[in-house]
Write a protein that binds this ligand. Structure first.
Ligand code: BGC
Length: 521
């Protein structure tokens, strides 16, 4: 058996002194509202795009198709324009995240969150007041920019500010907010779908609440010591470290961050640096985790739950109701992860969930394959309930595994020198594949029919094998010690890090001195 591949935790090192202080908890709760906004945007579009008033105003052809009986059950919503409404957010976000990489590194995590909040507020105004399709799309694009900035800064902020032993749990507050955002969006859609003809407007405008929360939160919190020190504010960094750790004895941690930031300063081109062989393990894992997270098929369920349930023959009301149930399961199951991630570790959660997700999707495929044909949905009440239960089983396992860990692991494994650039690639790939799924799902449903669930379950199998062999455990390892204690110990990845040691020293020598000024992206 390959050494390290199955190890549950890295060898123990010195633990930094750190109390769990109120300021850390409050800062994390406030920053995590960035997730609320992301979740609300993910959740709101599915419900809005199944509201007749919205379709009549912006997508009259879809409206007509929806009400024509001869259209195939699996195809009635297949419209690229409609999908573009949902997806434009992700396209904007994946572009914005590269600018956000610059701001997180040079202006700090906190200011980047503030920029996100401002984008969100303007985007909400455009959407809520939309008079035509253009305003609607511009609003979604601005929201997307907000997502690009928030998803870049928030996970890094959480991972850096948290004491090591509860880092996983605090980081997952981001995902917890994502799920709360999705649930609220579902509940609100359920209520506003009964308000004619402007219910959809209310749905889109209420995104203003999480937007304001994030903006206020960003004004209130302090930046992370890692970011302050990286930007040359050593004294302030130390003061903040003492305050958040609730102790005067912060020298070991402070010195470690100063050392990480010294190396970070030698890097003039973070994105180029990211491509070096020694950063290969983190890069490959960050990219694959995002692709895998989206290929679980979660967003096929999340965006289009109401549409999906409609397709499955539930009446309009019942479909929103079912979406609310999946939303609630999503929130509650994320709590399981907050509680257990620093105890049982990342790997165990991912592996257990792999089994659960595989079986639930495979069985859904079989049931739909037998029961739902193009023009008649024979899904009786009983079968429909079984499908909802299976969807919930799937969502719950996603919620304590790939959902939160897709964000947690990349934010904690990159060294400081490439953390912002690495996170940017993470967000970009995540949104790119979210976009691909959002754009393709309705067409895939129309062409692959029930096979779409078999398709996703196949992917779940592949990703579980990857976790089993190639994903190291990162629980309880201090964030600036990952290279030494995780990558250099791993049976497969160590060859990249070890081989490159002399290159690192060579780079440092070439650069000669430590620069204190600003640096590029
Ligand atoms: C994913 C989103 C998804 C959400 C569902 C997040 O981690 O990145 O794409 O919609 O989880 O809870």
């Amino acid at each position: 058996m390959p050494a390290g591949g199955f190890s549950v935790s890295a060898p123990a090192g010195v633990e930094f002194e750190a109390k769990i202080t109120p300021i850390v908890i409050i800062s994390c709760i406030m920053a995590a509202t960035g997730g609320l906004m992301f979740g609300y945007d993910v959740g709101i579009s599915g419900g809005v795009t199944s509201m007749d008033d919205f379709l009549i105003e912006f997508f009259p052809t879809v409206y007509r198709k929806k009400h024509e009986d001869k259209e195939s059950n699996y195809c009635k919503y297949d419209n690229q324009g409609l999908q573009l409404f949902t997806s434009s957010l992700y396209l904007a976000g994946l572009t914005a995240t590269f600018f956000a990489s610059y701001t997180t590194r040079n202006l700090g995590r906190r200011l980047t969150m503030l920029i996100a909040g401002v984008f969100f507020i303007i985007g909400v105004i455009f959407n809520g007041a939309a008079q035509n399709l253009a305003m609607l799309i511009v609003g979604r694009i601005l929201l997307g920019c907000g997502v690009g900035f928030a998803n870049q800064a928030v996970p890094l902020f959480l991972s850096e500010i948290a004491p090591t032993r509860i880092r996983g749990g605090l980081n997952i507050l981001f995902q917890l907010n994502v799920t709360i955002g999705i649930l609220f969006a579902n509940l609100i859609n359920y209520g506003t779908s009964k308000i004619h003809p402007w219910g959809w407007r209310l749905s889109l405008s209420l995104a203003g609440i999480p937007a304001l929360l994030l903006t206020l939160g960003a004004l209130f919190v302090t930046d992370t010591p890692n970011s302050l020190i990286e930007r040359g504010h050593l004294e302030e960094g130390k003061r903040v470290l003492k305050k958040i750790r609730g102790t005067e004895n912060v020298d070991p941690e402070f010195n470690e961050i100063v050392e990480a930031s010294r190396i970070a300063h030698e890097v003039k081109h973070p994105f180029r640096n990211l491509l070096l062989r020694r950063n290969r393990p983190q890069l490959v894992i960050a990219v694959l985790l995002q692709i895998f997270q989206q290929f679980t098929g979660i967003n096929a369920i999340m965006f289009y739950a109401p549409v999906l349930f409609n397709t499955l023959g539930f009446k309009s009301d019942a479909s929103l109701y079912s979406a609310v149930i999946t939303g609630a399961v999503n929130v509650l199951s994320t709590l399981v992860s907050v509680y257990s991630v620093d105890k049982v570790g990342r790997r165990l959660l991912l592996l257990e969930a792999g089994v659960q997700m595989f079986f639930s999707q495979a069985i859904i495929a079989v049931i739909l394959g037998i029961k739902v044909t193009d023009h008649s949905d024979n899904l009786s009440h009983g079968w429909a309930i079984i499908v909802v239960v299976l969807v919930c089983t799937f969502v719950s396992s996603f919620a304590w595994s790939w959902g939160p860990l897709g964000w947690l692991i990349p934010s904690e494994t990159f060294p400081l020198e490439t953390r912002s650039a690495g996170q940017s690639v993470t967000v970009c790939v995540n949104l790119l594949f979210t976009f691909v799924i959002a754009q393709a799902f309705l067409s895939m449903l129309c062409h692959m029919k029930y096979g779409i669930f078999a398709f996703f379950s196949g992917w779940v199998l592949i990703m579980s094998v990857f976790v089993l062999f190639l994903l190291p455990e990162t629980k309880n390892v201090p964030i600036e010690e990952m290279t030494e204690r995780v990558w250099k110990q791993h049976w497969f990845w160590k060859r990249f890090v070890d081989d490159d040691e002399h290159t690192l020293n060579g780079d440092a020598e070439k650069n000669g001195k430590i620069s204190n000024g600003k640096h590029g992206v």
